[in-house]
Design a protein around this ligand. Sequence first.
Ligand code: COA
Length: 260
Amino acid sequence: MEKFEAILVERKGNIAFIIINRPDQRNALSKQVLEEITATLEEFKHDERIGCIVFTGRGEKSFAAGADISQLKTRTPLDVFKPGSMQEVYSYIEAYDKPTIAMVNGYALGGGCELAMACDIRIASEHAKFGLPELNLAIIPSAGGTQRLARLVGKGKAIELILTGKMLSASEAQHIGLISETVPAAKLKEKVLEVAEQILAKGPLAVKMAKLAIHLGFDADMKTGLTVERLAQAVLFATEDKNEGTSAFLEKRKPQFTAN
Ligand code: COA
């Protein structure tokens, strides 16, 4: 991990923090940031000790202030289709095998807001600000923003926010359902760790299946979604962890899950 510059990686028990490390550029998401995030996630995918990934930005000002505009300036139409695009990286994060939390410590704008939306859970400090200001640059959000924002907050609100480029406070973002929780900056990490620990206490295969059923089902018709749900449950009913979870409850003890 020491080879990285644009991100920092820290581990606390089974939780890994991926910290965007460009505070002087408000943690703008350069190509290097995206490459380093992808390489880290690829490595963590095979690391059984990691049960939850937290994304955040270095410093107190910014989570991520969007794509690096100096790199954006020279981007051509064909670049949009090259591998490693921000959209591709965020789709990878959304479908990632392990749960992800956006610990939003400041500005989450453009690609920063889109990164947060690709995570499973978003928790922000009170001074965080959210927005998709791409239209100011005469482009549109294209790392999932037009799709994920509408799915999270509804089509009408998404159109308003994207067309106006309006910045929302954390409490406004929570009010419309863009984020789950708002806490004072000093409590942000503590809150994120608490939520991560709650998830880590669950059967890890059930966490994966719940993610899969929700993501696949949300974009499908109800009948398909319910079928995915049933099949996922059928798989879990065959696991040792299901046996352990139910036995532990009946025996009034804590379960010991093994992901089997
Ligand atoms: N890409 C590249 N550089 C960026 C950047 C971005 N997305 N966002 C901020 N920076 C740089 C600034 O150019 C500035 O560099 P400089 O010190 O060399 O002049 C530095 O980060 C600090 O930014 P500044 O605007 O002075 O900080 P601020 O605290 O006053 O404002 C923001 C912070 C996030 C509100 C403001 O920087 C901003 O609006 N950024 C662009 C957001 C955006 O449009 N994102 C979508 C991109 S598609």
